[in-house]
Design a protein around this ligand. Structure first.
Ligand code: SF4
Length: 222
């Protein structure tokens, strides 16, 4: 009974957030619309997006794909040129190297893997990237825990884990599988616009009354 109530409340909150952020048009909405394409493009765009603003990733992906939009073409483009094309995304040198190596591997295996193990075997593809690719490219239920998902899940009392993989497990227990793919986009959008890392805009937030972080903030006057 208790667990069921918790699931319903969290779901209700997720749905409220989903609706609430639409008028803010968070950058993640435009970014995800722009990359919905082949699994290869999605994989490369998601890799580029790590520690980079969505607007910067969008421009870099556009430049890169205008020259090379398949593993074969990108491999022929070479690491140096990839580096120039994706600048100024975060860690562009390392990402260019990984993209080049990924293309080499994809040419051998002839497809973008659609499972977690094979995806994380690709250079530079970690848990978060693999989960995002599974959701966006293959519509497989997964939860990518990035800094926004991590922070907001804890602020809302949905998770306590100190590591993203623990938070991922907690969220998976809390939400029915059919909602997993909504969590990343919704919380990233919420985190980009309202529940920001520093100085969240609690004064305009619809969750003010139910947010444990806000209650704590008020009591402690932080
Ligand atoms: S009340 Fe503040 S901390 Fe809580 S969810 Fe809203 S913006 Fe985030």
């Amino acid at each position: 009974m208790g667990k069921k109530l918790k699931i319903n409340n969290s779901l209700l909150t997720l749905k409220k957030i989903e609706k609430f952020i639409i008028p803010f048009n968070p950058p993640v909405f435009t970014f995800e619309r722009s990359i919905r394409n082949t699994p290869f493009r999605i994989l490369i765009s998601v890799l580029l997006s790590s520690r980079t603003k969505d607007t910067v990733t969008k421009d870099a992906s556009k430049k890169l794909f205008s020259i090379a939009d398949t593993p074969e073409k990108m491999f022929r483009t070479g690491e140096q040129k990839i580096k120039e094309l994706i600048y100024p995304v975060g860690f562009y040198k390392r990402k260019a190297k990984n993209i080049y190596e990924i293309c080499k591997k994809l040419i051998q295996i002839k497809k973008v893997p659609d499972n977690f193990i094979e995806l994380t075997n690709l250079p530079g593809v970690g848990r978060k990237t693999a989960n995002l690719v599974l959701a966006l490219a293959f519509n497989k239920p997964s939860i990518a825990v990035d800094t926004h998902v991590f922070r907001i899940s804890k602020r809302l009392g949905w998770a306590n884990g100190e590591k993203p993989e623990i938070v991922e497990k907690e969220l998976k227990k809390m939400f029915p599988e059919i909602f997993w793919n909504k969590i990343n986009q919704t919380l990233v959008g919420f985190g980009q616009t309202v529940c920001k890392p520093q100085n969240p805009s609690c004064n305009i937030c619809i969750l003010e009354k139910e947010c444990p972080y806000y209650t704590l903030k008020r009591i402690n006057k932080i």
